[in-house]
Design a protein around this ligand. Structure first.
Ligand SMILES: [Zn+2]
Length: 72
């Protein structure tokens, strides 16, 4: 059975937990629609990447607008 070799001091605990913070993901503005989108990924709203249409977003955008209407 494995047992801890040494007691974890409060200092050890605090040093480890210093890295537990949440990090907000970077976001760029889409050059086409101007909405925030993740870098190196197609825009979730208009489906373009590097100026090219790479995703079909008709249904998705319709769903998004429906959800937005429900919220109001
Ligand atoms: Zn876009």
């Amino acid at each position: 059975m494995g047992l801890p070799g040494h007691r974890r001091t409060s200092s050890d605990k605090r040093k480890r937990s210093a890295h537990f913070n949440l990090v907000t993901p970077n976001s760029n503005l889409c050059p086409k629609c101007g909405k925030a989108s993740l870098p190196h990924r197609a825009c979730a709203f208009c489906g373009t990447y590097k100026g090219k249409q790479v995703l079909k977003v008709d249904k998705r955008s319709a769903r998004a607008t429906r959800a937005a209407k429900k919220k109001k």
